[in-house]
Structures are given as C-alpha cells and as structure tokens.
Design a protein around this ligand. Sequence first.
Ligand code: 8YV
Length: 316
Amino acid sequence: MKPEVLQLSPILIPEVRERLEALFTVHRYYEQADKDAYISAHGNNIRAVVTGGHTGISQALMARLPKLEVIAVNGVGTDAIDLAYARDRGIQVTATLGALTEDVADLAIGLLIGVCRGLCSGDRFVRAGHWATSATPLAPLPLARQVSGMRVGIVGMGRVGRAVAQRAAAFGCPIRYTDLQPQDVPYGFESNLQQLAKDSDALILAAAADQGEALVGRKVLQALGPDGYLINIARGKLVDEPALIAALEAREIAGAALDVFADEPRVPEALFEREDVVLQPHRASATVQTRTRMGEMVVASLVDVFAGRTPQGLVI
Ligand code: 8YV
C-alpha cells in the first residue's frame, strides 16, 4: 500500500505533482471545504505532510495525525512548524535547503533596484500614457537613487545572505552584516542591528524567523534614516509593519521593497498607494527552475524517509 500524504499547499509543477501522486496516496487538504471532517476521516492514516515554508503546520493539526513520520517543507523556512513538538514525537522535518538560494537573492537585488530606481512607478507612468502627454517628459517622476556603490547591510548571513552579498558586491556595494555570531565571510560583522542600519543605505533582511520576533522596529528604521531603504525577502514577521508604515509616512526612511508580509496574503492597504514601496506576493522562489528543483527534493525526501534513509535537507 502506498504511504498516505497530506498536502497542505499546492505544488505548481505538473511533473512533480504526477510523481508525488504516482508514489503516494495524496490527500489535498488545501482543497477541502470542511478540513475538520477531512482530518477526522483520514488523519489516522497520514504518514507524511507536504507543506510550504510560509504555511508550515500547526501543532493542533500534527496532534491529529498520530502516524505522522515526516513533514517535507517545500521551502527553507521552518518557522511555521513547532520543531520542539515534532522532535518530541520523533517526526522528521525536511526542507529544500539550497534549492532556492539563487532565486531569492536575485529577487532581493531586483527589489533593491526596483525601489531605488522607481521601476514600478516608471512602468505605471508609461502605461498611464503620462510620458507622451507630460509637458516636460519625466517631470512627475522624481530622480531615482543610484544603486551601485550603496552601503548594503545584510541581516542574516546564511545561504541567501551570502548570495545577496555576492550580487551586491558585483554592484560595487560595501557590505556589512549582522547575525547571531560572526560568519566566515569577507564582510564586516556588526553585532548591533541598529548600528548596522545606521551604517547602511539599504538594509536587506535574509534571516530565519524561527525566534518569531520583529527585529526591525521604530528604532532600527530611524537608524536607517531618510535616505535608507528596507528590503525584505525573508519573513514579514521580522518587521513591525505598523512601525514601517509610520516611518514611510513620516519620511523617516526613503522606501521599502517587500516580498513578504506579517499576515499573508493580507497586505496593509496603507502601502497600496505609496510610490516609495515595491510589493510582491511572496514569490522569491517562484520560478519554474527553482520550484521544479524544490519539488524534486520534496519527493526525494519522502522516498528516502520511507526507505529508512537519511533524506537530503533533514532539519530535525
Ligand atoms: C516559498 C518560502 O514561497 O522557502 C520558504 O520558506 O517561504 C518560500 O520559498 C514557500 O515555501 C512556497 O512553498
């Protein structure tokens, strides 16, 4: 009999879906109208969960899956999983470590350029027909901020932070970073986030959010200052969003570019009308190439666990 898998979020690559369904009996939890009744009917037979980094799995749901052996995260973040509880139950947790590094770093740089150079405002300006009609071409658009040579501060020097640093270095940007401890990288370490913000023109968040705290609040934003930009490709909960909105409104920072939000998919409406922000719907890893690689890792990790092998990307 094929092992039964509970799938909590969609997989967008057809080949990966087909392979998953060929090897396992897949229960698409995310499609169920009555999730409670669905778990009452199937929960006792579920041996694996497939979920996204943002979706994770609640402890309450894990508790209803007594035969659960493995949670395969189609992503790298494990902040939405109670790892201590999983460990106590002997449930293995895997993540697609390394599969999405390049894409996430690419988007961080894309967002940095996007917000500093006003790419989205420029696009809206052209589409609205303002370029052709404006008396002084480009008059309503303010001059942009140069990206090359900006002082970049990176929060979290893990795989993604390093890939962001490599890219920013190619733009001639001096780089400093903060992390729980100094890493073996050729960039200056700063233990104090507020000081890092003060010394940066752009602060890029690439940290894990397992501690669940908002690292970036009013003080860090004020330290970043009226010429500083905040880029977040990590987790929305790392930022105190009301403080960010207040800082933008008071022009205490120059702008923000965000791929992630505290309560996705809900985004504070106060951000919608602002020209000094660039917004993305959490899609830093959403390329065909990366999602294929991630999906293949998810399937391989389930195969390995059920064959008694140590899966690649084992977190606990
Ligand atoms: C994905 C993520 O969007 O890796 C993560 O933790 O949040 C993202 O890469 C998500 O996991 C989609 O499945």
